[in-house]
Design a protein around this ligand. Structure first.
Ligand code: NAD
Length: 292
């Protein structure tokens, strides 16, 4: 396939390299001066999109996606498919879907889970929204860049699944960290705490697969001085998207709101910026009930 790839950062770079490695003809564009193995660089997004069967975007946010789509859509061939893999607000995904429909293009919103490691290894999970035809056009590429792709529904459903998942993740990570901090103060050994909880009803991905306590459980960013991994500011971004979506449909999400507020304090007022989102544990170790 002829593929245009816009946004070749931490995630997009390795994703595009994996597509090129499988023999696809990939033309890339990024505002920054980057070189990616096997990817030919274009002078603009429109140039990378011209003549492509599929154009993939992997960008920081919905506003940037909307402005990039203004350039891409007119350059794309009728019947081609635009696949946005960024994490953006549901409204932006639906607006770009409509713009594509008006121009005779297919659109899939397909945010990912799996992080930088999954992007490099080709083991991402894609959660996709769009028509069946659009999903099928993108599926062979999802199979290269990832290990699973779930067609969640119409346009916007992929972003909805992503923010619901990450709202759960933010809440469970905070719960896991505050429980470890409580266990410390109760004199409970961290390894014992892990041994019990990881096989009891308190288990979760945060505890079992990404344990926030250094030296306990499988290797995780906690064992690497909380270098991301998944940075706290990206978790804050996703929690904000979840609360924005909840506002727009009047959904009651008190725990999600609290998780957003805690990560906002951690990132904006404390030292959380640039640290993995599991660094909530050292934060709770230092704080006390009187700090609230
Ligand atoms: P990044 O900042 O490393 O990459 C974004 C790239 O987009 C940059 O290279 C930037 O130069 C480029 N860009 C920005 N504006 C542009 C424009 N107008 N035209 C062309 N290029 C432009 O970010 P990332 O970590 O690769 O994340 C990308 C998306 O994936 C985000 O939406 C993020 O929320 C999501 N995501 C990230 C992770 C992760 O662990 N990093 C995990 C899941 C999802």
């Amino acid at each position: 396939m002829k593929i245009g790839f816009i946004g070749l950062g931490n995630m997009g770079g390795p994703m595009a390299a994996n597509l090129a490695k499988e023999g696809h003809e990939v033309m890339g564009f990024d505002m920054a001066d980057v070189q990616i193995d096997g990817v030919q660089m274009a002078g603009s997004g429109a140039e990378a999109a011209t003549g492509a069967d599929v154009v993939i975007t992997m960008l920081p946010n919905g506003q940037i996606l909307r402005s990039v789509a203004e350039d891409l859509v007119p350059a794309m061939t009728k019947g081609a498919t635009l696949v946005d893999c960024s994490t953006v607000d549901v409204d932006s995904a639906r607006a770009v879907a409509q713009q594509c429909a008006d121009a005779g293009l297919q659109f899939v919103d397909a945010p990912v889970s799996g992080g930088i490691g999954g992007a490099a290894a080709g083991t991402l999970t894609f959660m996709a929204g769009g028509s069946q035809g659009a999903f099928e056009a993108a599926k062979p590429l999802f199979d290269i860049m990832g290990q699973k792709a779930v067609h969640c529904g119409d346009a916007g459903a992929g972003q909805a699944a992503k923010i619901c998942n990450n709202m759960i993740l933010g809440i469970t990570m905070i719960g896991t960290c505050e429980a470890f901090a409580l266990a410390d103060k109760l004199g409970l050994d961290r390894q014992k705490m892990f041994d019990v909880v990881s096989t009891s009803s308190g288990y979760s991905w945060s505890m079992n697969a990404y344990c926030p306590a250094p030296g306990v459980g499988p290797q995780s960013p906690a064992d690497n001085d909380y270098k991301p991994g998944f940075a706290s500011e990206l978790m804050l971004k996703d929690l904000r998207l979840s609360q924005q979506a909840a506002d727009s449909v009047d959904a009651d999400t008190p725990m999600g709101a609290l998780a957003q507020a805690l990560y906002a304090v951690f990132v904006e007022d404390e030292d959380g910026q640039g640290k993995d989102f599991s660094a909530m544990l050292p934060r709770f170790e230092k704080s006390s009930r009187h700090d609230r």
